[in-house]
Design a protein around this ligand. Structure first.
Ligand code: PLP
Length: 285
């Protein structure tokens, strides 16, 4: 089945979906994005993703390309046309097309909008969650504005590649004080031996993950204690459990950090519980 994308007002075959070579996303990574999980052909926690999108746009002074209600229609339509029941939908907004010049173009230049959707293999994802993933740690080398969900992801690309080359799936950044910030495409968590979930606070050099925010609510409801504070790789290696959160992974157990097994090397009980409970607390639209 051919795949369909939305590009600047048109639905087209993914193979023909093109942006202008002078699009500032292409030239400068001057744009932002969102990824929503798709479940049962519906968008998971869409309103929260849109609030974060609006914030990212504001921080970079990129105009909102259209009302959120219109974006919702397009994103649902791309999901529908690609017959995605389980997977992800990707939205990218850039500052638009203009002659290459670093400073902002005139306000007459309109933002570019691209939407794609992709089915994921649910069973395969569940199998990965049943065994857990490995992570490596590396020095934080990103710009300080990681709170903006910018398409400028080169350090993240290099970190993921290093993880892959070392037989791991995710890379956790470690700041200059020796604390884990977050993963290259996820938020980082541990569970202490006495059952407290620990993750860094959102005002300290991380992206405010939507999955993270929903999970905080899940924890309140199922009475798992939460500590928002930084932790070191050493504390993580000695923790009872570890996991990452993101829209595409939801709650994914971490079973090894830098080659050292976490807990008994199996996904932890609290991690599994949180993964199972998660969608009871998410909004579907
Ligand atoms: N941190 C980074 C750097 C990410 O790229 C992502 C997701 O892509 C996350 C955290 C998790 O955010 P969310 O739960 O909204 O997907």
């Amino acid at each position: 089945m051919s795949r369909t994308a939305y590009v600047n007002g048109r639905y087209c075959d993914l193979r023909d979906a093109c942006v202008n070579v002078e699009d500032r996303g292409y030239q400068f990574a001057d744009g932002v994005y969102e990824v929503c999980e798709v479940r049962g052909a519906r968008l998971v926690d869409f309103p929260r993703h849109m609030v974060r999108l609006q914030r990212s746009l504001r921080e970079l002074q990129i105009d909102e390309p259209m009302p959120i209600t219109a974006l919702a229609i397009i994103m649902r339509e791309v999901v529908r046309r690609n017959r995605v029941t389980y997977g992800i939908v990707y939205l990218q907004v850039t500052r638009g097309v203009a002659r290459r010049d670093h400073a902002f173009p005139p306000s007459s230049v309109k933002p570019s909008v691209v939407v794609t959707a992709r089915a994921l293999d649910y069973e395969k994802k569940q199998q990965t969650a049943a065994t857990g993933i490995k992570v490596i740690t590396l020095a934080e080398n990103r710009w300080p504005r990681v709170d903006i969900k910018s398409v400028s992801l080169l350090p993240n690309v290099l970190a993921k590649q290093e993880a892959r080359e070392k037989g791991a799936y995710e890379a956790w950044y470690v700041d200059s004080d020796g604390f884990v910030t977050e993963g290259a495409s996820s938020n980082a968590w541990i569970v202490t031996k006495d059952g407290r979930a620990v993750t860094r606070s959102v005002d300290r050099g991380i992206l405010a993950g939507i999955t993270r925010a929903v999970l905080v609510e899940v924890m309140g409801a199922v009475q798992i204690r939460l500590e928002e504070r930084p932790f070191t790789p050493a504390e993580a290696r000695e923790a009872a459990e570890a996991f990452v959160t993101s829209a595409s992974q939801i709650v994914m157990p971490v079973v090894a950090i830098d080659g050292q097994v976490v807990g008994n090397g199996q996904p932890g009980g609290i991690t599994r519980q949180l993964r199972e409970e998660f969608h009871r607390f998410s909004a579907f639209s």
